[in-house]
Ligand binder design. Structure first.
Ligand SMILES: [Zn+2]
Length: 81
């Protein structure tokens, strides 16, 4: 699988902030991307454990920025496929 973007960069660090769809927490996700490789890596919300996936070369790091806003203590439950 080829990446059409950044053909000159072999290794790129990317971070982004993601609000959790389930509990409303906000957390930063740090990933390393490598041109020409990379795969889907799972990570989870530090508050509720909801699973997400990011395209990256290495395991993503997650850093909680703001706690959950739904006022609950429960863990995300896998849905319903
Ligand atoms: Zn969450």
């Amino acid at each position: 699988m080829s990446n059409p973007w950044d053909p000159d960069t072999v290794f790129e660090r990317v971070s982004f902030v993601r609000p959790c769809d389930y509990c409303g927490a906000r957390f930063a996700v740090f990933v390393s991307r490598e041109v020409g490789s990379g795969e889907e890596h799972p990570y989870e919300c530090p508050e509720c454990g909801k699973d997400y996936v990011v395209h990256a070369a290495l395991e993503p790091l997650v850093n909680l920025l703001e706690p959950r806003t739904d006022g609950k203590q429960d863990r995300y439950q896998e849905t319903l496929f």
